[in-house]
Design a binder for this molecule. Structure first.
Ligand code: THU
Length: 137
């Protein structure tokens, strides 16, 4: 699975977005260490706070299935009804969920949907994050 193949699956996932309030559609494709793919989209709610991001939809589907080892995620987002044309960075809550299940070198691919992509690792995206280590003191 190449980064661009993963980005293409995120673009496909974005088609499933339910975003009647923000009109901002996001898609994610999560690759497990065993090679499985979990796709996710943002799912909004009229009460706003129950809204879930694309990244967490993908993670929670995978975790429900028993997956605990993750290699990479691709994320794309932008105004609904239009092709992606800008990078969409994962929100802080999603970065914290990544921290729960992934190591520092977990890869995050962002794309403008033009065949190019930007790569960052979780430690780049969430430096000095709160983790299980902190709880143990
Ligand atoms: N959104 C995501 O799905 N992922 C992110 O990391 C950023 C934000 C969604 C949430 C909401 O449905 C819409 O984008 C606008 O914030």
């Amino acid at each position: 699975m190449t980064p661009i193949e993963l980005v293409d699956l995120a673009i496909e996932a974005r088609e499933h977005s339910y975003c009647p309030y923000s009109h901002f559609a996001v898609g994610a494709a999560l690759l497990t260490k065993s090679g499985k793919i979990y796709q996710g989209c943002n799912i909004e709610n009229v009460s706003f706070t129950p809204t879930i991001c694309a990244e967490r939809t993908a993670f929670f589907k995978a975790v429900f299935d028993g997956e605990r080892e993750f290699e990479a995620i691709a994320v794309v987002g932008g105004p609904a009804g239009k092709p992606v044309s800008d990078l969409c960075a994962p929100c802080g809550v999603c970065r914290q969920v990544m921290r729960e299940f992934c190591r520092d070198d977990f890869k995050i691919y962002l794309s403008k949907g033009d065949g190019s992509y930007m790569e960052a690792s979780l430690i780049d995206m969430l430096p000095f994050g709160f983790s299980e280590r902190d709880l143990k003191g």
